[in-house]
Structure formats: C-alpha cells, structure tokens
Design a protein. Sequence first.
Length: 312
Amino acid sequence: MYARLAEVIRSGFTESAHFGSVAALAPDGTLALARGVVDEPMLPRSSAKPFQALACLDSGAALYGSRLAIAAGSHTGEDFHADLVHAMLAEAGLAPSALRCPADWPEDETTRHAMVRAGEDRARVRMNCSGKHAAMLMACAAAGWDTASYLTASHPLQRRVRSAIQRLSGEKSPHTAVDGCGAPLFALSLAGLARAVRALAVAPKDTSERAVADAMRSFPEFVGGTGHVNTELMRALPGWVVKGGAEGVLVAATPEGYAVAVKVIDGGPRATSAIALAALAELGADTTGAETFTTVPVLGGGHPVGEIRATL
C-alpha cells in the first residue's frame, strides 16, 4: 500500500495529499526507512541518467567535467547547454540529426521566448535529454558501434546500461520500457534505485562511478539549469548527488552514504525534494542549507497562504 508522503495546506486547511513510496539508506547501505512499496519494480525515468552516463563513459566516450554532467542531467535547453551538445556531437563526427530524441522547446522560459522572437523552431538539441543522447552517440562512435540503432534495447550500449544498473542496484531488471526520449528504460525497485545512487556517491576515487558523481557535483548547472531544483539543491548541499525524473521520481545521496529514492504515485514532482530531505533528515543526514527546499509555498492572490510539506 502506498504511504501518505506530503500534504497541501491552504489557509490552515488540508486541501490535497500526495501518496507514494520512499526508500532511504543509512550510511552503511542498509535500508533504514521504508514507506509504501519499495521492493516492487518501478520505472526510474530520468533518475537513471547518471547510470546511463556511466555506461557511456565505460564504453569509451570522452566524457569529463560539464560533458559528463550534461550526460547525467536533464538540462533546461539554455544556449550553453545546446552549445555543449553541438560540441559533443561534432567531436564524434556527427550532426544534430543523429540525435534520436524528439525535437522540443527548451524548458527554460527565457530561452524559449527568445527563440520564438527570433523565429526559431523546436530542436532536438534543446530537448532536456539531448545531453544523454549525445553521450550515447559519442560512446557508439568510440566503440565502433552502429549509431543509427543506438536506442534499440539489444544494442551493445544499452546492454551495458542494463548491466550497470543491475550491478549498482544489486538486482536484475525485470522489465524494459521506452522512456519519453525514446531510450530504453530498465525497471528496478525503489530500494534498488537508492542503492544505485548511493554507489555513485560513495565510489572510490579514480573510478568511473566517482567521475560521474563528481561531475554532477562540480557542474550542477548542466544537470539541470538556471533555477532548476536539482541544480539549486546540489548548490545548497555541496557533495550531494541529486537527480529527478518524470512521474514523481527523485534520488539523492550524500558523500557519507545516506541515500533516498522517492516515487510519488500520482506522478507530480512538486513535493519530491521536500519528501527526500525529510527522509534523509529523519535518518540523521545534515540538510543544513536546504531549508528553503523542505516546503513548497502555496499561493493565494500571489502571496503565500500555506505550504506543501512532507508527512513522513
């Protein structure tokens, strides 16, 4: 049964509630907090991008720094994101048309308005998954694999992605789906997802896992973008690894080994950060600096009249 994870308070009245599941790990990796359904398959959506980036890196893609961060991220389509994706593709000898993600408008509103004023149309490089797709194409080019079929679940790269997820989570993926960007998506349990992100956060130096985590920590603006909650949360909590996904999914892990995976069953993301922070704080993780993320304002007439808060 799903648990009540958050509630919406308007003018002292409980207006709505979010239900779902939370799995949180103690620094030693044990499951220390479980709410809802944590041991049945779920789809990690874009919270799986750090593991996909890991597979690309281990396949020979020249990913480092901001390139590795955008490979693990869901960028907001700003100009500096698009420029980096173009550069990554050019280094692999590929044109933007090689991307198999859908064309889209940037999520960043300022950039989107500027494109409309300039008469530009939606583009694949502006889609929030284009960094991941560019990294996948770089990996294919480096390994000598076919680039046209890189989104096929049986492709060598996607087999490596599945292997990485299974190794880090400690469980076999029971189902393969297609993500919103067209890439294969490998199901795992919420507890397994927490174990996988923890493995990145505590990985030893000079490992590919540590490289992914450090790139996200050092270049959070490429994991999200201007004002993006994942970006701002990592800036508020240096050393943390945070990655959200569609349909109410979010993972977070600390350098000490605390980790959490959240799934809000209605698919809404607005409370996921507050839920994750509440779960980790309950286990003893230091969330100092992230106080503004522990609740979400509820507005009335443009002014705060309540809040969305975790109810763990």
